[in-house]
Design a binder for this molecule. Structure first.
Ligand code: NAP
Length: 257
């Protein structure tokens, strides 16, 4: 029987590509996001191309009780989840004091709280079966303080540290946890965050398809942490040799405007 994967944030960007790639691997899917019509379109496309089954769940994962609803609709209803892709997330660009608190707290509830709750709920079952894969999508922002994305980057640092600690806790099991840290990627992220990017800056962006492929390859290859792309990996490696104030200044140069 083919196994089932959940992909959160599958209505666009990295999550949408990850869903297609998991279907190519023969996995049934549960795809989650708020925009139901986008998910229905993706379901139609995937089911027309392959034999896998796709279930659509339109959920606002930042809402109280949403993680529990996702769990109850899947494991709770007898569907064993072998793969959890915790990808849904968004950023808010601007000075922290200028961003309405409701927006920052929604972001933290989604990017941190929902991801952690989903990991806990599904991991308990995965540990019992001694089988499973969890991919938590962070960001290269997890490596540094980012003025202009203060809560976002701090939240992604949480996701990175949390995922690496979990991977260590699970080292004697067959459950794998991997953290994907994408660099700039062509998705709706920048528009949602309200950032202005020049055409030249856009040249440095990786395709969402490639980013998802890097993440899934790392997850199924047993890696604990992966930064997308050679240049991003090199930059994150070199950061350790610089003082924090220099790193903070450098990040602000690109991200604060
Ligand atoms: N693109 C980049 O440059 C970049 C860089 C580093 C990290 N990342 C991370 O990559 C992940 C995927 O983002 P992306 O770049 O693919 O951006 P994207 O195209 O904007 O996709 C974000 C996805 O998250 C979903 N989402 C947002 N709020 C949600 C909510 N409250 N409940 C459920 N789903 C929600 C969106 O669907 P709905 O709007 O339909 O709900 C969408 O499917 C995020 O965690 C992001 O932080 C992206």
């Amino acid at each position: 029987m083919p196994s089932t994967a959940i992909v959160t944030g599958a209505s666009s960007g990295i999550g949408e590509c990850a869903a297609r790639q998991l279907a190519e691997r023969g996995m049934n899917l549960v795809i989650v996001a708020r925009r139901k019509e986008r998910l229905e379109k993706l379901k139609e496309e995937i089911e027309a191309k392959s034999k896998v089954k796709v279930e659509v769940l339109a959920l606002d994962l930042s809402a109280e009780g949403a993680a529990e609803r996702l769990y109850e609709a899947t494991e709770g209803a007898g569907t064993e989840i072998e793969v959890l892709i915790n990808n849904a997330g968004f950023g808010t660009q601007g000075q922290f004091a200028d961003i309405p608190w409701s927006k920052s707290s929604e972001q933290m509830r989604l990017n941190i709280f929902s991801l952690t709750e989903l990991t806990h709920r599904f991991l308990v079952k995965m540990k019992t079966r001694d089988r499973g894969y969890i991919l938590n999508v962070a960001s290269i922002g997890a490596y540094m303080p980012v003025a202009g994305y203060a809560t976002y980057a701090a939240g992604k640092a949480f996701v990175r540290n949390f995922s690496e600690a979990l991977a260590h806790e699970l080292r004697r099991t067959s459950v794998r946890v991997c953290c994907l840290c994408p660099g700039p990627t062509e998705t709706e992220f920048i528009d949602v965050a309200g950032q202005k990017i020049s055409a030249v800056e856009k040249l440095a962006f990786m395709s969402a398809d490639r980013c998802a492929r890097i993440g899934l390859r790392a997850l199924f290859g047993g890696r604990r942490l992966i930064v997308s792309g050679f240049l991003n990996t090199l930059m994150m490696f070199w950061l350790r040799f610089f003082p924090r104030r220099v790193i903070t200044w450098g990040a602000a140069l690109f991200m604060e405007k």
